[in-house]
Design a protein around this ligand. Structure first.
Ligand SMILES: NC(=O)c1ccc[n+]([C@@H]2O[C@H](COP(=O)([O-])OP(=O)(O)OC[C@H]3O[C@@H](n4cnc5c(N)ncnc54)[C@H](OP(=O)(O)O)[C@@H]3O)[C@@H](O)[C@H]2O)c1
Length: 330
């Protein structure tokens, strides 16, 4: 299997258009054993993935350490590793985004990942106020100058935060929720991102698994799975859980999508292929907990483009059934 590559903004990197989201192999998604976690990541690498997204807080460093251990044994091309910083702050407030704190977080990620410099550090959905503090971006410039990080970007909740962040000249990437149930980034942000040659990372591409078509109203989740404990945004932004779409509404949408999926294609791969239709997207980062999931997701890159008719049907579905729940919020 091969995965097509795309240019990652101004970095000069060519990365696989299907990456690997490493949140679930860290924590907050129920129990994912060490062997399953390694197998999932290894399967993605074997399928041709060359971009991994993680964060210092995923399993309090477990995700980063699993990546380090798998890559120690991996003999294929060295993937780009994007990590995130900021969420170790407690309380998580704009004033905490100082050079000293960021350097402490970066040093810990360097150790967890076992590397001399971090490829890409993303501010991890900071308070909106952070985007109005140039000193935060100056601090990141200093970490680049010190050789601890190669590039930096942001992971945002809202389109408006993305638009503000890319005014800083050294922000090379934006990570944002973009999937069939979250279409707003395509309206304005993608145009601006392309104009500034920003790397765009599409996260939560399967709406936390809902867009795989495997869930129904009887599906249950363990207490330590955010699809149980963050259903109403109790622990973090509700937009990160089922993309912020009420569960029943998402399930109805999935039934409307099902007839559009060609025979022989999984709905997961179809949902990822929909994202790849946007040329502003540099890489999509589905999470996976097993070899089978990672392989099914990688297969999206080989699918033919979706037809104009299918794209139109998904746009109409979004506008009529989903937008009223999410469009004004993020
Ligand atoms: N604030 C931030 O910056 C932020 C927030 C969220 C996510 N992210 C990043 O984005 C990545 C992706 O988002 P996500 O992990 O939240 O959601 P996602 O990719 O939409 O969904 C991932 C989940 O869907 C299920 N799944 C994946 N592939 C499947 C397949 N082929 N068939 C059936 N089920 C499948 C798995 O869970 P089950 O098997 O348990 O259903 C998996 O953990 C994360 O890993 C993380 O790197 C960043």
């Amino acid at each position: 299997m091969t995965i097509h590559t795309r240019r990652f903004g101004r970095t000069g990197w060519d990365v696989s258009e299907i990456g690997f989201g490493a949140w679930a192999i860290g924590g907050s998604w129920g129990t994912v054993g060490e062997d399953a976690a390694r197998e999932a990541l290894l399967a993605a690498l074997e399928a041709g993935t060359t971009f991994i997204d993680t964060a210092d807080v995923y399993g309090d460093g477990r995700s980063e350490r699993i990546i380090r251990d798998v890559l120690k044994e991996w003999r294929g091309p060295r993937p780009i590793i994007a990590t995130k910083a900021g969420r170790r702050l407690s309380p998580h407030v704009a004033g905490g985004y100082t050079h000293a704190n960021l350097e402490t977080f970066v040093d810990r990620s360097l150790e967890n990942l076992g590397v001399e410099a971090l490829d890409l550090v993303q501010l991890h959905c900071p308070p909106t106020e952070v985007y109005y503090r140039p000193e935060v971006f100056d601090a990141l410039d200093r970490l680049v100058a010190a050789g601890k990080i190669r590039y930096y970007g942001v992971s945002v909740e809202k389109v408006e935060e993305a638009l503000k962040a890319i005014e800083y000249p050294n922000v090379v990437s934006v990570q944002i929720i973009y999937n069939i149930l979250r279409q707003r980034p395509a309206d304005l942000f993608f145009r601006e991102a392309k104009a500034r040659n920003i790397g765009v990372i599409a996260r939560v591409p399967l709406a936390s698994g809902a867009l795989t078509g495997k869930m129904d109203r009887t599906t249950t989740f363990p207490p330590d799975d955010h699809r149980q404990f963050n259903r109403q945004g109790e622990a973090f932004d509700v937009g990160e859980t089922f993309a912020g779409v009420p569960y029943d509404v998402a399930l109805d949408a999935v039934e409307a999508i099902r007839p559009l999926v060609p025979a022989g294609t999984t709905m997961a791969a179809f949902a990822l292929r929909w994202i790849l239709m946007a040329d502003a997207v540099s890489v999509v980062i589905p999470g996976a907990k097993s070899r089978a999931q990672a392989e099914a997701n990688a297969a999206a890159s080989a699918l033919p483009p979706l037809s104009g008719e299918t794209m139109e049907a998904l746009r109409t579905l979004y506008q009529t059934a989903i937008a009223p729940h999410v469009h004004h919020r993020w």
